[in-house]
Structure formats: structure tokens, C-alpha cells
Design a protein around this ligand. Structure first.
Ligand SMILES: CC(C)(COP(=O)(O)OP(=O)(O)OC[C@H]1O[C@@H](n2cnc3c(N)ncnc32)[C@H](O)[C@@H]1OP(=O)(O)O)[C@@H](O)C(=O)NCCC(=O)NCCS
Length: 172
């Protein structure tokens, strides 16, 4: 299992000790409603099942400074290398999602040799759309997609990121 490092963050394998933090942060409807597959309300059992099923491409986002668990980021090889991320609400607005996503996609491009990755954002989540644009991802179609926490389908914009666009954007 890889451990990835960036300036302020460590992306490390998720572990059993993360269950309480995951339960607290995903128990916030404003986090859960922006994610496709997260149930709401969210129980400690949901977190434990999630951790038990975790594979090599699911990472906890940990702050270097104090070791605090901030959220999660993951790549899904069986979904055409879709990636997704979330942070507990106190950690929003500090550039952590962009920093974690930059590190994860570098891992996908360089270490896993994937030519492209993609991610979707619900239409009422412009902050996530911004994270993806800052990486260099481009709009690649939109569709209605199930949102488990809301119990309805929500318009979701898919964003495709190629290695060339990523490198160009980071150099700009
Ligand atoms: C979306 C989320 C991951 C963003 O995390 P973050 O660490 O705050 O993101 P960053 O600070 O790296 O970047 C957010 C960008 O969006 C901008 N932004 C924030 N709120 C915004 C809003 N309401 N409208 C438009 N832009 C917004 C920020 O200013 C920033 O852009 P900037 O660097 O150009 O100023 C976080 O809010 C979150 O976990 N939300 C709940 C779960 C979720 O939405 N996950 C993503 C699913 S696709």
C-alpha cells in the first residue's frame, strides 16, 4: 500500500482507528449530500464496513502538522479511474482538497501509468467544480446521477483530466 506525501498532507491507507472520525464527518449532511454513494444518516457500522472493504486506492487525508484525519480521497479503477474526495467541514477553504487531489492524480499518472482520470461534481457544488478545474480537468458531459444521502438523482458534471492538461495547468 502506498503512502503519498505533499507539502502539508500525508495520504495513507485508511485504518480501523479512522472509523470514529469518518462517522463524525460523514454524519454532516452537507458533506454526505455532495457524495454519490454515502448513506445519511451515517453510522459507525457504515464506517467499519467501508474500512473493511478498502482497497489500495483509498486514502485517508492526514494533516502532517498534527496527524489529524481530515477526510478521504480515492481512485476507483473499476469506474474508469474515477476519483472522489471529501473533507470534514472544519477543514474546508484551506486548499487541502486541491493539494490532495494533485497528489492523487500524480500517483495515477506517474506511478500507475494511467493516461486519464475523471471525477464528477453535483451541480450545486461549485467548490468541487473549482477543485477539478484547478487541476486542469475539462467538462466531459453531464447526467442525472443517484445521490444516496438525498435519495434522489442530481445533475452531475463529469470532468476528464488528461496527463497533458494536468501538466499544462500546473506549469501555468
Ligand atoms: C468540495 C470540497 C472537497 C472542497 O475542499 P476545499 O479544501 O475547501 O477545496 P479547496 O480549498 O482546495 O478549493 C476550493 C475552491 O473552490 C472555491 N469555492 C469554495 N466555495 C465555493 C462556492 N460556493 N462557489 C464557488 N467556488 C467556491 C474556493 O475559493 C477554492 O478556489 P480558489 O482556490 O480558486 O479560491 C469540500 O468542500 C468538501 O469536502 N465538501 C463536501 C464533500 C464534497 O463535496 N466532495 C466532493 C464531491 S465531488
Amino acid at each position: 500500500m502506498s503512502v503519498l506525501e505533499s507539502e502539508r498532507l500525508i495520504l495513507r491507507p485508511v485504518r480501523h482507528g479512522d472509523a470514529t472520525a469518518i462517522t463524525v464527518w460523514l454524519g454532516d449532511y452537507d458533506v454526505a449530500r455532495m457524495l454519490a454513494r454515502v448513506p445519511f444518516p451515517y453510522s459507525e457500522g457504515d464506517a467499519e464496513n467501508f474500512i473493511a472493504e478498502a482497497d489500495a486506492h483509498r486514502f485517508a487525508i492526514q494533516r502532517k502538522q498534527d496527524g489529524l484525519f481530515l477526510g478521504m480521497i480515492a481512485l476507483q479503477p473499476d469506474q474508469d479511474w474515477e476519483f472522489g474526495y471529501w473533507l470534514g467541514r472544519p477543514f474546508w477553504g484551506l486548499g487541502f482538497a486541491t493539494e490532495a487531489a494533485r497528489r492523487l492524480v500524480t500517483y495515477a499518472f506517474v506511478e500507475l501509468n494511467q493516461p486519464t482520470v475523471h471525477a464528477g461534481w453535483f451541480t450545486d457544488n461549485p467548490a468541487s467544480g473549482n477543485v477539478l478545474s484547478k487541476l486542469g480537468a475539462r467538462h466531459n458531459g453531464s447526467r442525472m446521477r443517484d445521490c444516496r444521502a438525498r435519495g434522489v438523482k442530481v445533475l452531475c458534471h463529469d470532468m476528464l483530466l488528461t496527463q497533458a492538461n494536468f501538466l499544462r495547468k500546473q506549469a501555468a
